[in-house]
Design a protein around this ligand. Structure first.
Ligand SMILES: Cc1cc2nc3c(=O)[nH]c(=O)nc-3n(C[C@H](O)[C@H](O)[C@H](O)COP(=O)(O)O)c2cc1C
Length: 413
């Protein structure tokens, strides 16, 4: 493989070669049998798009407005903790590249840079991802800091009541700080560029959490999260965040459309439909499959973002047709970060934008708002009794997303 990636898949391959195995596995892996990790991709791949030529697409735009701010495309660089293991100070590179691409960057509570450092990077829009800790004062301080530092929106992650069982990390003994075994040391020797960068920069630290929580040096990531995150978190805690944060508030990690009413009642502004990239509930539904039910429940009352498995502009188009306002990416930009630092992330975002533009023009959607469920078919598996193509909106083109839920067969899930 050459060093000129043309797709996120190329960047994944570059990351696989450039990172020690235990680091690549931490980023790439999922939980349990990795069933959901695989299903996220399989579900996206089942969807077929319609190219509606001839339509005049000489004047196309990917721009989108979220919470009153215009962005260059419907993509957000989502929160990924420990980005510094991919590239020293990786959070800062991700923030700068997102800003240059004209899209928001979501800083993780588990970042390896401080909130001040990220807030100061460029003039791009930054959001903050919040964990609700057992010690609510810590979360409250983070909310106050996010407001003072100019973070524009808050994403509260709720799918971490307990860390998913990440078997690759357990097998590799992945911990922070790194514990050096013979296998890990051999892996270092085989990846001298990464090792040199880390040696120069010093081992990554969970800067935000370390400052607030006095972390133990011996914690594995899973033990650390389990010791700090509060499994009792419920909607009353989201209400508490709503009361202390007056900006746009999103809840991240939603998979049950039955919870939409509660989110609306509390005054949440948006949801991130997410299975944490297949890293939490193994066996969870693919987010693209459940997205239409969320849109059907929410109508236009909530901003809906989706993540988990999105790797191409064509994937993003699939989400837009099924009712998402924008897509968050996690690994797509992490692979690029691991491969080439900030330059890699810029390149990855430029690839996603070009891919989306090509898909959009070939589908005949001049504007992002033009995407709708009539523009796709779902390919059933050959084992299905009615193998073939399914039209979410029925035989006539569906002009309303509310049709999607009623017509959607359960087999899609
Ligand atoms: C290495 C890694 C670290 C992550 N850390 C966080 C985190 O700190 N907070 C959070 O809400 N989600 C975290 N996520 C989940 C992502 O925000 C996102 O939901 C997921 O990566 C989307 O799937 P994708 O990687 O297939 O795009 C992390 C994901 C990865 C891969």
């Amino acid at each position: 493989m050459n060093n000129n990636p043309q797709s996120i898949a190329d960047f994944r391959e570059l990351a696989r070669r450039r990172l020690p195995r235990f680091v690549f596995d931490f980023i790439d892996g999922g939980s349990g049998s990795e069933n959901t990790l695989a299903e996220n991709r399989a579900a996206l791949d089942r969807i077929r798009l319609l190219g509606s030529a001839p339509i005049d697409v000489s004047d196309c735009s990917q721009s989108v407005t979220l919470f009153g701010h215009d962005h260059a495309m419907p993509v957000i660089v989502g929160p990924t903790g420990l980005a510094g293991v991919a590239w020293p100070r990786g959070d800062i590179d991700l923030a700068r590249a997102a800003g240059s691409a004209g899209i928001p960057f979501v800083m993780s509570t588990a970042a390896t840079a401080t909130m001040e450092e990220v807030a100061e990077v460029g003039d791009g829009i930054k959001w903050f991802q919040l964990y609700i800790f057992k010690n609510r004062d810590v979360s409250l301080r983070l909310v106050s800091k996010a407001r003072a530092l100019g973070f524009k929106a808050l994403e509260v992650t709720v799918d971490n009541a307990i860390p998913g069982r990440r078997l690759r990390d357990a097998r590799n003994g992945f911990s922070l700080p790194f514990r050096w075994t013979a296998t890990k040391l051999a892996s270092l020797a085989a990846h001298p560029a990464w090792s040199l960068r880390m040696a120069r920069a010093g081992a990554p630290r969970l800067e935000v959490m370390a400052a607030e929580l006095g972390l133990q040096q011996t914690d594995t990531i899973a033990e650390l999260m389990q010791s700090q995150l509060d499994p009792s978190v419920g909607w009353e805690d989201i209400k508490w965040v709503r009361d202390v944060w007056d900006g746009p508030l999103l809840v991240k990690g939603m998979l049950d459309p039955g919870q939409v009413a509660k989110a609306l009642e509390i005054g949440v502004d948006g949801l991130v439909i997410s299975n944490h990239g297949g890293r939490q509930l193994d066996g969870a539904v693919a987010t693209i499959d459940i997205l239409p039910e969320f849109r059907s429940e929410a109508g236009s009352r909530l901003t809906l973002l989706v993540d988990s498995g999105f790797r191409t502009g064509s994937d993003i188009a699939r989400a837009l047709t099924l009712g998402a306002d924008a897509v968050q990416v996690g690994r797509a930009t992490l692979y690029a970060l691991a491969g080439k630092g900030e330059a890699g992330v810029r390149q990855a975002l430029s690839i996603l934008k070009s891919e989306l533009e090509v898909t959009q023009m070939l589908m005949g959607a001049r504007r992002i708002q033009d995407f709708g469920p009539a523009m796709l078919r779902t390919h059933r598996s050959p084992q299905s009794p009615q193998a073939g193509l399914f039209t979410p909106g029925g035989a006539q083109a569906a002009s309303s997303l509310s049709l999607v839920k009623d017509k959607q067969p359960k087999t899609m899930l």
